[in-house]
Design a protein around this ligand. Structure first.
Ligand SMILES: Cc1cc2nc3c(=O)[nH]c(=O)nc-3n(C[C@H](O)[C@H](O)[C@H](O)COP(=O)(O)OP(=O)(O)OC[C@H]3O[C@@H](n4cnc5c(N)ncnc54)[C@H](O)[C@@H]3O)c2cc1C
Length: 493
């Protein structure tokens, strides 16, 4: 008889794990606290507009292809390569930087700003590419069962990369580029890890290689939620059920194993094996009550930046703005030093603006525009009260209107604001941290909360705060790692 696996949560990591396990012969069921699947990869539909709530960049498409092949299914959504990738605006200048994958075209964007750009960027990306290929299979895409295994792998990483472990991404960029603009633009990938380039190890320059050379970014046709819809359709075909509005709050154990998870109504959900897609650190503390993951201990860990997000429907098209845009200032180092701990409403904000209706016309009615603003802010450890959110939103809109020389405020016909406390409540994200635990040296590889529980032999984890880390492609990798582990330890079919 096939083993019964119960997954807590229906984020991308959970959906991918459910499909992999069902391919391998397990019977799978999911519990989700919300009315809708997808977790952070979610969708908001309001007043005729459709917004992706979180992720807007689809990258490392080969990880999705590997997943599709593993599960013997067709790619359930369409994606088209973006080139240019995005546009960057700096305050105090009308010059825009369009970021092309084609390095000759990109070099033209930096003319007069960064001499000898093409040679410098080739050199930088070559080094970043070497790190990517030297660590992809040895460090990122594997399970570590003990510290010895991890230490062995670290020892085998070519010695030439070791300074990149201790140097910051910003310091690495400063060795390659002279201009403020080039340094800042290439450091934006640190935000994909939810941190600033000053605190992110230089090894993550490998993300520049993946965005510029290896694979790039894609537009998912019809919006990012098509990924979730596609996976849900396949799950339905296979009879994998999701029980919505079911929040796991407690547990019972028997003979040293997890016996059942208990929901908000007291119902016991039993299974042979359990996979937790709720945040791997939060769940260990809040539900399993492990002392090592108490609030006091979690507060001391390093968490990624929290999102402050706005979803706007406008009664007109907006000029001077592209699909993916960054609006930045000229004091990055000073700003980044503050942003994680000291929110200051008077500080000129750095933010990202996405206009899905530029490439996906169905997201707004004809002649209208859907706009998503993502403003990375301090998490709730440092700013617990967000009752000033309307004021923050007004400042952001004023700043954006000034920068694009078009006052969007009179055109807003639909508005939704989510601050870090909303994100925390919606998906049980610790203190509203948007991307889970940070990726500093003490919290990656063997040192990240593991995908196998410390106490219960029948409990596993998948998602942003366990291995390998955050981001949609890493959910594909994480689902493979946890499936491998379950198969190694429990497969009988
Ligand atoms: C604003 C924002 C922008 C982002 N942009 C990008 C991007 O452009 N590209 C990219 O690759 N990545 C991006 N990310 C990161 C990406 O969204 C995440 O890394 C990924 O979606 C995490 O998936 P997950 O499997 O960890 O599940 P989650 O999304 O965390 O889902 C977990 C699910 O578990 C449910 N749950 C939690 N606790 C319980 C419980 N006790 N009982 C039942 N259910 C529970 C939650 O409701 C949720 O549905 C972004 C994230 C944010 C917040």
């Amino acid at each position: 008889m096939s083993k019964h696996v119960l997954i807590t949560g229906a984020g991308l990591g959970a959906l991918a794990t459910a499909l992999r396990l069902s391919t391998d012969g397990y019977t799978v069921e999911l519990l989700e606290k919300n009315k809708q699947a997808g977790g952070r990869l979610n969708r908001l539909q309001k007043d005729g507009f459709t917004f992706d709530m979180g992720p807007t960049f689809f990258s490392m498409s080969y990880e999705f292809k590997e997943f599709i092949e593993y599960c013997n299914m067709e790619m359930p959504f369409r994606f088209i390569e973006l080139d240019p990738l995005y546009v960057v605006n700096f305050s105090g200048s009308s010059r825009k930087y369009t970021i092309y994958k084609d390095l000759k075209k990109l070099a033209a964007e930096f003319e007069g700003i960064e001499p000898d750009f093409e040679r410098k960027v080739e050199r930088y990306l070559k080094k970043a590419g070497a790190i990517f290929h030297d660590t992809e299979y040895t460090m990122v895409k594997r399970n570590f069962r003990n510290i010895r295994e991890f230490a062995g792998v670290v020892r085998d990483v070519p010695l030439k990369h070791s300074p990149m472990i201790f140097r910051s991404m910003w310091s690495e960029l400063s060795r390659h580029f002279d201009s403020y603009e080039a340094r800042v633009i290439f450091s934006l990938v640190a935000f994909f890890l939810g941190d600033t380039p000053f605190a992110t190890p230089a090894v993550y320059s490998l993300l520049n290689y993946t965005e510029m050379k290896h694979d790039g970014y894609y537009n998912v046709e019809g919006g990012m939620y098509k990924i979730v819809e596609g996976l849900l359709k396949e799950m339905e075909k296979r009879g994998i059920r999701i029980h919505y509005e079911t929040e796991v709050q407690a547990y019972s154990e028997k003979d040293g194993k997890l016996d059942a998870l208990i929901d908000q109504h007291g119902k016991h959900w039993k299974a042979d094996l359990f996979v937790i897609n709720s945040d791997a650190a939060w769940f260990r503390g809040k539900v399993f009550r492990r002392p090592g993951f108490s609030e006091e201990k979690l507060d001391k860990r390093k968490w990624t930046i929290a999102p402050f997000t706005m979803y706007l429907g406008l009664d007109t098209k907006v000029p001077g703005i592209e699909h993916h845009n960054y609006f930045l200032g000229r004091n990055f180092e000073q700003y980044a030093g503050k942003v994680l701990k000291h929110f200051d409403i008077n500080e000129r904000p750095y933010y990202y603006v996405n206009v899905p209706s530029k490439h996906n016309p169905d997201t707004a009615p004809p002649g209208k525009e859907a706009i998503f603003i993502l403003f990375p802010v301090t998490d709730r450890r440092f700013k617990p009260d967000w009752s000033d959110r309307e004021e923050i939103a007004d400042r952001l809109l004023q700043d954006l209107s000034e920068r694009i020389a078009f006052d969007i405020r009179p055109h807003i016909i639909s508005s939704t604001i989510l601050d870090p406390s909303d994100w925390e409540k919606m998906f049980n994200l610790y203190r509203g941290s948007g991307l889970g635990l940070a990726h500093n040296l003490g919290q990656i590889g063997y040192f990240r909360p593991k995908n196998k529980d410390e106490k219960f032999n029948n409990v596993y984890y998948v998602g942003a705060s366990t291995v390998p880390g955050t981001g949609l492609p890493m959910m594909m990798v994480g689902s493979r790692l946890v499936t491998q582990r379950i198969n190694d330890e429990h497969r009988t079919v």
